[in-house]
Write a protein that binds this ligand. Structure first.
Ligand code: AMP
Ligand code: MG
Ligand code: MG
Length: 306
């Protein structure tokens, strides 16, 4: 296969995420989630997280051996069942023209950040549309492309509806796979965590003077709410989110003109040596980012060291 590498990696990631989404659905159908507690009871891993990561990382590494791939889950090395390896590409992505600045990027220059299942807590509680599979692609330390697969999209729409979708984006090209929309004028809808809140998180949400607050799981899910006009800003004034949570969502949001930073307004870096924790929280908006950045209280900033 020929064509610019960035498009081939992204098209592979798109298909690989679809396969991971199938695994996420099938583990739930089978009913044995195999839950493991990681740091604490709000930080879980299930069989779906494990299988999806094995499938994603093995599939990408076989096709692109010089990529740096960093996955969320700490898994023992071992053979991965050939059945779990995905060789395909999302044809739709290959059909696009690569932006000139990424035409000559080499495999060894890319870092891929994988969250095999974002919103695990919500997955175990049956809040299925909060769940996403995230594959972000970074170049020169910057999030440039990403895939957000939502395995249970439409799960309440009834028979006949196709379950699951792939939203993807590339800087300089745009984002695809969803219906763009804006929050109605006069509304300030803040989306934030539902399972990792604390007084600092709540105070910062209040400081935005929201008309509505959407407490939902997942970083991928919250950025989908932004680009679909269901939320105005994603405000999370706490450590806890990691680079694999923000890389793909950030790339997609930036590809459509939005902005995602920490609570101080600092951009995130995604080179391979960067620390994984986003210690100073997450602030993101599609439009009016400056409004929200200006309202982050000094006490919030003081509580969150980058
Ligand atoms: P949330 O908005 O709470 O769903 O968090 C978005 C992402 O960040 C998910 O992958 C969470 O697992 C992760 N996260 C946020 N806060 C924490 C925390 N305190 N401990 C562990 N993971 C967290
Ligand atoms: Mg996550
Ligand atoms: Mg995860």
């Amino acid at each position: 296969m020929s064509g610019p590498l960035v498009l081939r990696v992204l098209a592979s990631a798109g298909r690989v995420a679809e396969r991971a989404a199938e695994l996420v659905r099938s583990v739930l159908r089978a009913g044995d989630l195999g839950i493991v507690i990681k740091e604490n009871v709000n930080d879980l891993q299930t069989k779906a997280d494990r299988l999806a990561q094995q499938s994603i990382c093995t599939s990408l590494a076989l096709k692109f051996p010089k990529l740096t791939i960093i996955g969320e889950e700490d898994l023992p090395p071992g053979e991965v069942d050939a059945q779990m390896v995905e060789h395909g590409f999302m044809e739709e992505i290959l059909g696009h023209k690569c932006p000139a600045e990424y035409e000559n990027v080499k495999e060894e220059e890319l870092v891929v950040w994988v969250d095999p299942l974002d919103g695990t807590k919500e997955y175990t509680e049956g809040l299925l549309d909060n769940v996403t599979v995230l594959i972000g692609i970074a170049y020169k330390g910057k999030a440039i492309a990403g895939v957000i697969n939502q395995p249970f999209f439409n799960y309440q729409a009834g028979e006949g509806a196709t379950m699951g979708r792939t939203v993807w984006g590339l800087l300089g090209l745009g984002a695809f796979g969803y219906v763009p929309a804006s929050v109605p004028a006069g509304k300030r809808v803040i989306t934030t965590t539902r399972s990792h809140s604390n007084p600092v998180v709540s105070a910062c949400v209040d400081a935005m003077e929201p008309t509505d607050v959407l407490r939902v799981g997942g970083a991928g899910n919250k950025v989908l709410l932004l680009i679909e006009g269901k939320a105005s800003a994603y405000v999370f004034a706490s450590l806890g989110c990691k680079k694999w949570d923000t890389c793909a969502p950030e790339a997609i949001l930036h590809a459509v003109g939005g902005k995602l930073t920490d609570m101080h307004g600092n951009s995130f870096e995604y080179h391979k040596e960067v620390k994984h924790m986003n210690s100073a929280g997450v602030l993101a908006a599609l439009t009016d980012y400056e409004y929200y950045a200006a309202r982050v209280p000094p006490t919030t900033k003081a509580a969150l060291k980058p």
